[in-house]
Design a protein around this ligand. Structure first.
Ligand code: SF4
Ligand code: SF4
Length: 133
């Protein structure tokens, strides 16, 4: 069954997990109970920091955006695409319009209008629509 991205896909650090290549087969989103190993450890410490300060996401902290998040937004660059590039502006947007409205915007942005499939960050310029295969 097709999995619809929910609030758990509005990640602690500002990513839209619905556009992650691991969603939904290997991961159901940063705030879910089924998180892919690499992100479960969250080596940048965003999950731990949020939990220590009893907030759900970085944008709820007074220090937002911290230096760690600034640095995170600049890497990695894979095939010319940095999927972290918008984390700060996206967290600001979540704060401004609310998580559900932000999620709707993201789902609209990353859904192929033809086949209705979610397109990964890395496939936005190379998506092959299943209707046109
Ligand atoms: S692997 Fe990380 S970025 Fe991808 S869906 Fe899971 S928590 Fe989100
Ligand atoms: S890097 Fe950390 S906070 Fe960001 S999506 Fe992955 S687990 Fe969540």
């Amino acid at each position: 069954m097709k999995r619809i991205p929910d609030e758990k896909c509005a990640s602690v650090c500002g990513l839209f997990c619905g556009a992650c290549p691991s969603f939904p087969e290997e991961c159901h989103g940063c705030l879910s109970d089924y998180v892919r190993e690499g992100c479960r450890e969250c080596k940048n410490g965003f999950r731990k920091c949020a939990s220590n300060h009893t907030v759900a996401r970085c944008c709820e902290r007074i220090e937002f955006p911290c230096q760690k998040l600034e640095k995170f937004s600049k890497y990695p660059v894979i095939n010319g695409i940095c999927n972290h590039a918008n984390v700060i502006s996206d967290l600001k947007r979540m704060k401004d319009i609310g998580i559900l409205s932000w999620l709707k915007e993201q789902v609209d942005e990353f859904t192929c209008p033809e086949c209705g499939e979610l397109i990964s960050w890395f496939d936005r310029n190379s998506h092959v629509c299943s209707k046109q295969k």
